[in-house]
Design a protein around this ligand. Structure first.
Ligand SMILES: Nc1ncnc2c1ncn2[C@@H]1O[C@H](COP(=O)(O)OP(=O)(O)OP(=O)(O)O)[C@@H](O)[C@H]1O
Ligand SMILES: [Mg+2]
Length: 345
């Protein structure tokens, strides 16, 4: 049974000490548990996959609330006022086992206006046993009057190193090995979400089905990642203002099946790393950048002749090209124009 669970459910932390990051939140909640000063309403805001639902459930568990004393609703699919009314009716019943009854309302910003108003009324005078935990990725879309009634916790986007730590833990438990650069790559591509990282790892594991080693080559294929080497070669043409070869190279990439939009994204990502390294050579390491030592050495060589301003200008031009590519009739044209602009500057 457990074998078939997707990783993010199988490895959802069950206790506070399994939670990675979000120390400020865990600590405050633990303190309030030990001092017994529990609020009636909490607001958990922050990026997706950062632990809001996970921590809400652990907190409920610590309060002794499970089974009928724990009610979870997903406001994304239950947006209506009837849903909130049903919940409020349930409020009248005393908890079964615990002193409290915990209501977790996920994606709370999606409640309809009337539903949100009904919730607000309840928050104004909640029964003594009720504890609400409202979770949202978009606190700015919530009624200010609801927000002001809650104790608010802002969840942080997770660091690449934190995500890597969790992925390493999972691989160990699953008895699977990975080449050293695999986890940083997955962690980087998850853009701060544990859930996305764990789903990516899930895909890798099924992709490599059977063999017990995940290779960088496989994961790049799976993610459709454009090789950093290709991008770095393009940057070399730009540095010597060789628009002819740069444009030829872009078209050759397109012909060989490279997703140019992905390539442009990678280029922006690459130039950002150039900028970071220019500002402070210690900003990037193979551990935190997802780039190998050799790749970083190439960047260091490329940025010697450039100023921060040069890199900034290139970044802005390519960010704009990336946007324009979404609507372009000739996919490569915005990229070609960007090359011409840079090479003729
Ligand atoms: N801080 C964390 N430490 C360890 N694992 C985590 C953490 N946050 C998230 N995870 C992992 O990511 C999965 C998703 O987390 P969770 O459902 O708590 O995210 P969320 O913040 O509620 O996201 P969403 O806004 O998309 O609902 C969990 O099952 C768990 O495996
Ligand atoms: Mg959630």
């Amino acid at each position: 049974m457990a074998e078939n669970l997707v990783l993010y459910r199988k490895y959802r932390p069950q206790d506070f000490d399994e939670v990675i990051g979000q120390e400020h939140i865990v600590k405050t909640l633990q303190n309030s548990l030990s001092s017994g000063s529990i609020s009636h309403a909490y607001l958990f805001c922050g990026p997706r996959g950062s632990g809001k639902t996970t921590i809400a459930r652990i907190f409920a568990k610590e309060l002794g609330c499970d089974g009928m004393d724990l009610v979870e609703i997903d406001a994304a699919s239950h947006t209506g006022v009837e849903d909130v009314r049903a919940l409020i009716e349930g409020l009248q019943f005393a908890p079964v086992k615990s002193k409290y009854k915990v209501f977790i309302i996920d994606e709370c910003h999606q409640l309809s206006k009337s539903a949100a108003n009904a919730l607000l009324k309840t928050l104004e005078e909640p029964p003594a046993h009720a504890i609400f935990i409202l979770a949202t990725t978009e606190a700015s879309k919530m009624l200010a009057t609801i927000v002001s009634r809650c104790q608010r916790f802002d969840f942080k986007r997770l660091h690449v190193s934190e995500i890597e730590k969790k992925l390493a833990f999972i691989l160990k438990k699953e008895g699977i090995l990975a080449e050293p650069a695999v986890l940083p790559l997955i962690a980087l591509n998850a853009r701060g979400s544990f859930r996305d990282a764990e789903s990516l790892l899930d895909k890798c594991i099924s992709f490599t089905a059977g063999d017990k080693l995940i290779t960088v080559k496989e994961i790049k294929e799976l993610l459709g990642i454009v090789e950093v080497g290709q991008i770095s070669k393009l940057v070399d043409f730009l540095l010597v203002k060789n628009s002819k070869d740069a444009i030829g190279y872009i078209n050759a990439m397109l012909d060989s099946g490279v997703d140019l939009q992905e390539a442009t994204k990678t280029l922006v990502f690459y130039l950002r790393q150039c900028l970071l390294l220019k500002i402070n050579p210690e900003f990037l390491t193979p551990q935190n950048s997802g780039l190998s030592k050799e790749e970083l050495e190439v960047i260091v060589r490329q940025i010697t002749g450039l100023t921060e301003k040069n890199i900034q200008a290139m970044l802005e031009i390519f960010i704009e090209a990336e946007q324009k590519m979404k609507y372009a009739t000739i996919l490569q044209l915005p990229l070609e124009l960007a090359v011409v602009e840079i090479c003729s500057a």
